[in-house]
Structure formats: structure tokens, C-alpha cells
Design a protein around this ligand. Sequence first.
Ligand code: SF4
Length: 332
Amino acid sequence: MKHINVALFVSDLGCPHRCSFCNQKTISGKITPPNATDVEKAVETALSTSECNDGEIAFFGGSFTAIDRGYMLELLSKAYDYVSRGMFKGVRISTRPDCIDTDVLAVLKKYGVTSIELGCQSMDDEVLRLNNRGHASDCVPIAAKLIKDFGFELGVQMMTGLYGDTREKSIETARKLIALEPDTVRIYPTVVLESTELERLYRKGEYAPQSLEEAVDLCSELLTMFNEKDIKVIRMGLHSGGNVEEGYVAGVYHPAFRELCESRIYLKITEKELEKISDKNIEITVGGRYVSMLTGQKKSNIRYLEEKGYRVRIVQDNSYPKYKITVRGIEK
Ligand code: SF4
């Protein structure tokens, strides 16, 4: 049976602050907040294309737990109609870490919510302050613990390249998020959108977004850190669509951002293996499914190795799992 997820954007209705990077209208591509009828329509449309009972109904954007309680219950009740009839496995929501308490968690539990994602963005207090998040990092472990204690799946979201951010601060953020033992992570390099504080800072020359190269290099390292702890990275980079293209001003927005990071990991593994041999004619064995990750987009990894003087032959072995390669020197 095909797995279907239905995503609805609740915009920034519950937000007590305006984060420097946020223009929810652009991210969601939708200005009018959904009501119960919209939830029903979205779910029925999804169900009409396939039967489903293991998908999720997701309320993303904004601060779901901070929106008007009556409105929140309106949306949740409609979603719960479907969950309670076994047509979806649960409801997923995203919210700010300072908008979690036992009262709201009890309500979410009652209405079939199974996963809660915290928009942490950074665990560095200075970065949070500079980007007008309106909370410090100390509320994140408290919220994470409550969410886990209530038996929800915990997701965390982090950003890279924020105003005042550095590579080291992002790595430290990842370390602190790993310590929370989340089930899932989303990593978003910062995109400068129109009508945001970041756009103003960027135009004044006070903020320089990450380059694509910087973001790929950093986020491939973050991906490795989460992989090593078996924490599922379920998203890297903003989704295409959702009007981001129209509101885009600057920053890292690439439709295949994750693939770029995966390829960078393969390049780093290859370089490590090459340190063990002196040959320049090499054969790399890799799992068949991972050849394109090894070669990189437009064969960028192979070109990089060739520029270093290597001649590369690739051999496929489907018993090789992800990230496993063997490199050996061969005769000319
Ligand atoms: S908390 Fe989220 S939705 Fe609200 S302003 Fe910040 S980024 Fe936007």
C-alpha cells in the first residue's frame, strides 16, 4: 500500500516573534491559513489517489502549539477523524521549543499527534538573539525531554549560515541536538527571502549568506555526525516549489542539495582511502545504487580526482552498503 503524507501549512499565526529569516508566506506558498474544510479537502484528495493507512497528516510552519487553542483544536479534530478510523498512522506538527508544556502535550496526545518537530535552528544563544528567535537554547532540552516523556517521536530542525553563525557553532549545535537523542532531523541552510530582516541586513552588506560550497562542505559533515548516531536526517534544504523561487533573494537553495552532500561524503571517504595507497590509476568499488553519489553531480567528484592526477575506474558490487567503498591501485 502506498504511503501518503498530507502536509498543511499553518503559516506564522502563533509566532510571538518574527525571526530574521522568516517569510512564512513565501515558504508555504499559501497566505490563507487552512481551516477544517481545507484539511478535509487535502486529505480526501490524497486518499483519492491511493489507499493509505501508514501515512501522516502534518501541520507545518508557524508555531502550531502557540496558535489560538480553538483553531488548533479545529484542525486537530478534523485530522483525528482520519487517524481514529485507522486511515493515517498519526499527526505530525512542528513548533517552537518555547511553546511546549505539559498541558499542550496532553491535548496533542488526545488528538492523535505522534510526532513533534522542534524548530531549534541553533543552540548558540548569540545566534538565536541576532536572528530574533525570542528564546534561548536552554528551553530546547526541556521541551525535548517533555516530548519524549509523553511518548511522542521527537524531531529537531537546525539551520546553517544564520546571521552571526559560524561553521563551529553549527557543529556545536549538531552535537547538542544529538545529545537530545531525537528520532529525526532536518537541516536547512539559510535562504534569504524577500521582506525579511535578513534581506535588509544582506542589502546593507551586514550579512553574507553561505556559499553553496560552504554549505555542502558543512552540511555533509553534519549529515555524517547524525548518520553515525543513527539519527535519521529526513530533509536537507528547503523544498522546491512553495513559492521560494519567487521570494528568493540570496543563499543556498538547490533542488538536489542532499545529493550534493551525499556526494561530498563519498569524496571525503575516497580521499581517506587514497591516503593508504600511492597509485594514480585506481579502481573504486561501490554499491550499484550509490554510483552517482560516488561520481557526484555532472561527475564532479571524478573530475576533482582527475585534476589531482588520478585515473579512475568504477566497479559495482551490489553487496556494498551505503558509504562502503574499496579503492585499489591497478595496472595502466
Ligand atoms: S518561529 Fe517559525 S514561523 Fe515563527 S517567525 Fe520564526 S521561523 Fe517563522
